[in-house]
Design a binder for this molecule. Structure first.
Ligand code: HEC
Ligand code: HEC
Ligand code: HEC
Ligand code: HEC
Length: 254
């Protein structure tokens, strides 16, 4: 065999040995325990905690928005649900870099509320009736939702004027309709919202947003009570507003 071929073969043998040796020494021990990946990585990834910040931690950075949000109906929606998760990152002011702000307290601002708000409020046949829904095209007439609704307190306009809901006769609730409906409540809460039983709370002259909030919480189950849960589930959004307006307007002076 010519000398140069022998050398070439020797070189190939050396390379093959380096490959086999390298594979033996450098392949992590857990590789192929389950499949074509490093099994230990499963545990390593599971240990990493998500670095998402809860709503309260934004209170110092954005006191104004936090205060508005925490006292109004959208307090059930976390800041990040609107500010980080619902829209595609490229649709937000700040662009893709905003993604890395998850661990900081700066929130990227959603630019396109028409895309954001419909994720939850578009009318869909299977959506539960307790979720307020709109027919987007006829409702918005092409305008941004934020032109008419403050995103942090959507029952008010950005300028602070109440948004009059079609389901009531003006203001936020119809006390006369509430009075009719309150026949359902009289046995426990008293005919005029003052209860005779120690375990049943008074409702008369309670603050209206508190009553709306309590009834909504019973309806959704976030406030658990077997009696009130069953009753609240039978009420519509309009019933809740009307009952709240009625009881808030009753006197509790005795
Ligand atoms: C329901 C969705 C939603 C929730 C929940 C929400 N935001 Fe917003 N936020 C928006 C939208 C939409 C805008 C853009 C408003 C606009 O374009 O006028 C905005 C704007 C802002 C701005 C900028 C205001 C300005 O004048 O430039 C801040 C700051 C802010 N939000 C903070 C918060 C904080 C803090 C929370 C939680 C406590 C929160 N947001 C919860 C939708 C939301
Ligand atoms: C992640 C879901 C979600 C997103 C996004 C969202 N909302 Fe809401 N919104 C809710 C829920 C839940 C309620 C009902 C809260 C309750 O009844 O306690 C609500 C209530 C409302 C109400 C009051 C309706 C009523 O009949 O009482 C309005 C108005 C509203 N949202 C407008 C908006 C606007 C405008 C945006 C976009 C800036 C938006 N929402 C984005 C979940 C969402
Ligand atoms: C031109 C102003 C305007 C725009 C734009 C607008 N809304 Fe409204 N919205 C209102 C008014 C006024 C009401 C109360 C009357 C009613 O219930 O239709 C209302 C009511 C609602 C309600 C309560 C419906 C109910 O029956 O409980 C929801 C939810 C809502 N809007 C969501 C949105 C969302 C989401 C957008 C954007 C996709 C949007 N709105 C855009 C003016 C507007
Ligand atoms: C079978 C008796 C019963 C009936 C009927 C009843 N409730 Fe209640 N309600 C209770 C009890 C008990 C509680 C206290 C539950 C708790 O601890 O959360 C309560 C609590 C409440 C609260 C919360 C009060 C607070 O201070 O936090 C509201 C609001 C309320 N009811 C409204 C109503 C309305 C409106 C009706 C009629 C549609 C009604 N209830 C019918 C028994 C009843």
């Amino acid at each position: 065999m010519p000398k140069h071929i022998v050398r070439l073969l020797a070189l190939l043998v050396v390379l093959a040995l380096m490959f086999v040796g390298g594979k033996y020494f450098f392949t992590p021990k857990s590789f192929r325990a389950y499949g074509h990946y490093r099994a230990a990585s499963v545990e390593e990834i599971a240990v990493v905690k998500p670095r998402i910040i809860d709503a309260a931690s934004f209170s110092a950075v954005y006191p104004k928005e936090y205060a508005t949000w925490s006292e109004n109906i959208h307090q059930v929606v976390q800041c990040q649900a609107c500010h980080m998760a619902t829209e595609k990152l490229s649709d937000r002011a700040g662009g893709p870099a905003a993604h890395d702000q998850r661990a900081t307290k700066a929130l990227p601002i959603p630019r396109d509320s028409l895309k954001l708000c419909v994720e939850c409020h578009q009318k869909i046949a299977g959506r539960p009736a307790s979720m307020p829904q709109i027919d987007v095209v006829s409702h918005t007439q092409g305008k941004q939702c934020t032109a008419c609704h403050n995103p942090h307190s959507p029952l008010f306009s950005p300028a602070g004027a109440p948004v009059a809901l079609a389901s009531s006769s003006g203001g936020t609730g119809d006390a006369a309709a509430g009075k009719t409906k309150s026949a359902l409540c009289a046995a426990c809460h008293g005919p005029a919202g003052v209860s005779a039983v120690a375990d049943f709370p008074n409702l008369a002259c309670q603050k209206e947003p508190y009553l709306t909030g309590a009834l909504t919480a019973y309806q959704s189950g976030t406030r658990g009570n077997a009696m009130m849960g069953a009753i609240a589930k039978s009420l519509s959004k309009a019933d809740i507003r009307n009952l709240a307006a009625y009881f808030a307007g009753l006197s509790c002076a005795r």
